[in-house]
Design a protein around this ligand. Structure first.
Ligand SMILES: [Zn+2]
Length: 151
């Protein structure tokens, strides 16, 4: 049902994953506002270019691993579909630990074509951005560019 909604930001060898500077700024501001709690968001756009995000409410069940409740998640996917863009990735913050995926992160990740971003906020003044791709059963670090285009 949501198949065409799923993007493949790593599919093209010629187009590197990018995120709009404006989105990166907003994500950081929202993650800082949520600190010391975890923050998470869906990232979307076109092709390999992330140009929008939707902040996600934290699931009430488990504060340690990053998970979402069904209804807000489906609502967010609907919103992305209405924008005629594609879901390209997710981001969550690690308020107290380095931006390395935890075993919970690996166990809870079901969309290997998407980009998996972690914002490490152990030292809030110098946040660490990492993006991963799920390859052969594990997370591999990927590079990305920051774009100044608004769309
Ligand atoms: Zn995590």
């Amino acid at each position: 049902m949501y198949i065409d909604l799923l993007g493949e930001p790593f599919a093209s060898k010629d187009t590197r994953l990018s995120i709009a500077r404006k989105v990166q700024k907003q994500l950081l501001a929202e993650a800082q506002a949520s600190w010391p709690h975890e923050y998470s968001a869906l990232l979307y756009g076109r092709g390999a270019s992330i140009c929008r995000h939707l902040a996600m409410p934290a699931s009430g069940h488990d504060r340690h691993s990053f998970s979402w409740d069904g209804p807000p998640f489906l609502q967010a996917l609907k919103q992305i579909r209405h924008s005629r863009m594609q879901w390209l990735g997710v981001l969550h913050s690690h308020p107290h630990t380095p931006p390395t995926p935890s075993s919970h992160d690996a166990a809870g990740w079901h969309y290997p074509s998407l980009s998996y971003w972690i914002l490490g906020m152990q030292t809030p003044a110098t946040p660490l951005w990492r993006v991963y791709q799920w390859v052969d059963g594990g997370f591999a670090v990927r590079s990305y560019t920051v774009s100044d285009d608004s769309e």
